[in-house]
Design a protein around this ligand. Structure first.
Ligand code: AHR
Length: 510
């Protein structure tokens, strides 16, 4: 949360942080990933048998190392739009028996060489939690129950025994399950209405929790600021003892999923666009509360959080999904990712999970090439935040001047402020106060007064900076123009936030 006071362009900006003003825990799961059967994400991305960089499972070892470096806590799979025609049974058992199928989301062929057991094994190797998305297009409740039984049951039943026959004795205990993906979208196989979806999602949720009450279910929302979100929350966030195994704190729906992608060719519109996601989170949180109030959900029932399970900078016209969506990210996009991550830190009390779309090759910070990896500009903010912006979200008092021009989407103007300095703060578990500042201005440095509060130790402040020669620079195989520079600051006087840069400052707290 930020308290923002607008000042004129010629005044000195200031940032005030007090590490005792904790807003909320930051869920580790905000640094989640997403892998879809799309483009080169799975095949040629995390799975590349025969490549000398792959292990005996066919998993790219350099990708695994990159996921570990990012400390990715949870990964969504198998889509995305891909889910709407996915038959999980095609992707288990002996490879030679797995059928190839036409793939309708991205107009390709799915060989099913990589399926449930491969993904769940990959998660174990990476040390991350799986998050599976159910087929709400052509799929049936019966198939969904079968998949849950296959993954999580330790009973002597059909699908649990199928898993055993396929070589996996103990259950995988997959905790997170999504009730469909973007089923509101016209691009979706079996697009549906909010009324039909809400009814179906609620019935599926009950059956799934009857089978395994320990799972967490994620409702399919839209952008968080639509009548779809309002309707499905109102219908599905209710107090119902059926399927909850007698718990008085649980509910059928644990989180509400929303998706937003931002992009603009214009730098300042590009970097202010993620502020729309901040308002979307606040609106969704209000809709969750409204549903709870109107449906008389007792306060003992855990408040549903937001699962922002697709977010990123992406212009589908520039990088079409059917062509693998291999966006080339600029420094401007990296700064937009910094603003996105500031949004999640500032709104930490509402966000249970967030998943950058996607983890490898498809609209991704990480690209595989035949003999290695390219870390795009957007990799570096993600790495910095994932390393340091964990623990608790801390209040920030900001005095700064503001960008006052047009925004994309236009409704940001008037709904949220767009200061030139975009700031968030976190107190991590090791006693460091971490302050992330994106100077979104393309031409202007800001000499800024920083008050880091009474609890911080004197002495040098660690400084990490992501910037480049211009907002247009990109990282390629041959040239890494954007990375992280480390330095120290004596903590005295004004701190200069250079034009078009991201800075992360770290104070040791006494
Ligand atoms: O992440 C790419 C696609 O974007 C996903 O498949 C879909 O859910 C969204 O529209």
């Amino acid at each position: 949360m930020t308290t923002f006071t607008k000042i004129s362009d010629d005044e000195v900006p200031s940032i005030s942080i007090d590490s005792r003003l904790i807003i909320s825990k930051i869920e580790d799961n905000v640094y989640g990933g997403f892998t879809e059967h799309m483009g080169r994400c799975i095949y040629g991305g995390l799975y590349d048998p025969g490549n000398p960089l792959s292990d005996e499972n066919g998993f790219r070892k350099d990708v695994i190392e990159a996921m570990k470096e990012l400390r990715v806590p949870v990964v969504r799979y198998p889509g995305g739009n891909f889910c709407a025609t996915y038959r999980w049974l095609d992707g288990v058992g002996p490879r030679e028996n797995r059928p190839a199928r036409p793939e309708l989301a991205w107009i390709g062929t799915e060989t099913n060489e990589f399926g449930t057991d491969e993904f769940l094994k990959w998660c174990e190797v990476v040390g991350t939690e799986p998050y599976l998305c159910l087929n709400f297009g052509t799929g049936t409740l019966d198939e969904a129950l079968g998949w849950l039984e296959y993954c999580n049951s330790d009973r002597n039943t059909y699908y649990a025994n199928m898993r055993r026959r396929n070589g996996r004795e103990k259950p995988y205990n997959v905790k997170y399950w999504a009730l469909g993906n973007e089923v509101w979208g016209p691009w979706q196989v079996a697009q549906t209405t909010k009324e039909a979806y809400a009814h179906k999602a609620y019935q599926w949720a009950k059956a799934l929790k009857l089978l395994d009450p320990s799972i967490q279910l994620i409702l399919c929302g839209e952008t968080g600021h639509s009548s779809w979100d309002a309707h499905v929350l109102k219908e599905c966030v209710r107090f119902d003892l059926h399927g909850l195994g007698g718990s008085t704190t649980a509910s059928l729906i644990d989180m509400h999923s929303i998706h937003i992608y931002t992009a603009s060719k214009d730098h300042v519109k590009n970097v202010t666009a993620p502020r729309s996601a901040e308002r979307a989170i606040q609106i969704t949180a209000g809709l969750i509360d409204l549903a709870r109030i109107e449906n008389k959900v007792p306060p003992s029932v855990r408040r549903q959080k937001i699962c922002f399970d697709e977010w990123n900078v992406w212009d589908p016209a520039r990088a079409p999904g059917e062509q693998g969506a291999e966006e080339k990210y600029t420094l401007s996009d990296a700064l937009a990712v910094g603003v996105w991550l500031n949004v999640f830190i500032r709104q930490a009390q509402h966000v249970g999970m967030a998943n950058i779309a996607q983890s490898v090759n498809v609209i991704s910070p990480l690209m595989t090439i035949a003999d290695g990896l390219v870390k795009q500009t957007t990799w570096w903010p993600l790495l910095l935040y994932s390393k340091y912006m964990r623990g608790s979200s801390v209040h920030v008092g900001l005095r700064a001047s503001e960008y006052e021009g047009d925004t994309h989407p236009a409704w940001i103007r008037g709904a949220v402020e767009t200061p030139w300095l975009d700031v968030s703060a976190a107190l991590d578990g090791e006693g460091w106060l971490n302050v992330a500042v994106v100077n979104i201005h393309e031409e202007k440095d800001f000499e800024t007064e920083i008050r880091a509060g009474s609890g911080v130790a004197g002495g040098e402040v660690q400084v990490f900076t992501v910037d480049g020669d211009s907002v247009a620079v990109v990282n390629t195989d041959g040239a890494q123009k954007v990375g992280i520079q480390e330095s120290l600051w004596d903590g005295k006087g004004l701190f200069k936030f250079r034009k078009h840069s991201l800075t992360l400052l770290r104070w040791k707290v006494e």
